[in-house]
Design a protein around this ligand. Structure first.
Ligand code: NAP
Ligand code: ZN
Length: 334
């Protein structure tokens, strides 16, 4: 599946009055240490980080993963310690820019946002983080290419500088949390099935590693869009499949009878370690619709597929294969 369009995470910090920086030549750091550490964690999870040449000129950041344990974890997975750095420019990167130093590759690209993400997909980039600045964020949002936006609101009033602006598809709030004095607002773009399935794929990254079972993420969403539950394989018990853990926590919630279950992997149709495969658990819960990204590879099962079993009892099963590269990428984060 190499060559598919990457999952695009746009990330930025804004002041209370909507600025990405102040008007001075020095970069104004907006968010606090807890957020900067969170951004470092996000960087460690992606294949490439993209910024515009304006940000390179203004900030001269190295754009590397900082924490030694995150760098070591990437190396243990067979990845370079930091993701590929991509600078958008119609010219050339200043040879003295710090983004050309350090132990990560840097490339310059030009073109429309669509051409740029396709070129990165062709290089095997599955997860792309767009870190700014103002022009690049606006271009990617307006082109409808952003899947997730992480916007951090920092308690500063700046008065003047580059503004955060966008356009295109409407954002849907997924999560809010506070980080010290900052507030993280997490949004997703696109159709409901795509938004929830992408979330399920990313949850698979939390799975404790296993040599004999897949790493899967699962989200269950009510008819009105309320997220009823979410989880991942082996979260509560070493043998748990993602769907199993989420359904157990939901019990007999009546909203399940009109809900959709999103799973990064097709629900299993046979279990060696438990009496009921996930297909049977889903059918018993009365869930009428399942959306998944990736058909179960035949490594660990021989029986009829979970989809066939679900369809046999009237459950609608939809596979959105465009999310398969993300499901696979997140399943191999050991
Ligand atoms: N708060 C935050 O989270 C955050 C994050 C990042 C940046 N910032 C701030 O944002 C400001 C920089 O924003 P900005 O709008 O001036 O610059 P920018 O968006 O970083 O970069 C704009 C430049 O990128 C190149 N570019 C953009 N789209 C392109 C395309 N499709 N193809 C080829 N080249 C393309 C062009 O470079 P050329 O002119 O070289 O062709 C353009 O001038 C700085 O003040 C920085 O501190 C804030
Ligand atoms: Zn299962």
């Amino acid at each position: 599946m190499i060559g598919a369009r990457p999952h695009v995470l746009a990330s930025c910090a804004v002041s209370l009055d909507g600025f990405l920086d102040d008007a001075s030549p020095q970069r104004r750091v907006l968010s606090g240490p807890a957020d900067l550490d969170r951004v470092d964690e996000e960087r460690a999870g992606v294949d490439a980080i993209l910024v515009g040449a304006g940000t390179v000129r203004a900030d001269d950041s190295r754009l590397l993963v900082r924490a030694p344990e995150r760098r070591a974890a990437r190396v243990a997975r067979g990845l370079p310690p930091s993701p590929l750095r991509v600078v958008l420019t119609t010219g050339a990167i200043d040879p003295s820019a710090r983004v050309l130093g350090g132990d990560a590759e840097t490339i310059a690209l030009a073109g429309t946002p669509g051409e740029v993400v396709d070129a990165l997909g062709a290089r095997g980039v599955v997860r792309l983080m767009v870190e700014g600045g103002a022009a690049v964020l606006r271009e990617f949002l307006t082109a409808g290419l952003v899947d997730e936006l992480q916007l951090v609101l920092a308690p500063q009033l700046v008065g003047d500088g580059p503004r955060f602006t966008g356009g295109g598809r409407p954002p849907h709030l997924v999560e809010t949390c506070t980080l010290g004095g900052d507030v993280l607002l997490r949004y997703r773009f696109g159709e409901a099935d795509d938004r929830h399935l992408a979330e399920a794929c990313l949850l698979a990254e939390h799975c404790p590693p296993s040599a004999t079972a897949f790493s899967v993420g699962c989200v269950v969403v009510a008819e009105d869009g309320t997220v009823l539950g979410a989880g991942w394989s082996r979260r509560d018990h070493p043998l748990d499949h993602a769907e199993e853990g989420v359904l157990r926590a939901l019990g007999h919630d009546p909203r399940l009878r009109r809900a959709t279950l999103y799973s990064s992997l097709e629900p299993c149709g046979e279990r060696a370690s438990r009496p009921d495969p996930c297909a049977a658990l889903i059918a018993r819960a009365g869930i009428p619709r399942v959306v998944h990204a990736w058909s179960e590879p035949p490594d660990f099962v021989t029986a009829p597929s979970g989809s066939a079993q679900l369809e046999a009892v009237g459950v609608e099963v939809v596979q959105l294969s465009r999310w398969e590269p993300l499901a696979r990428r997140c399943a191999t984060r050991l």
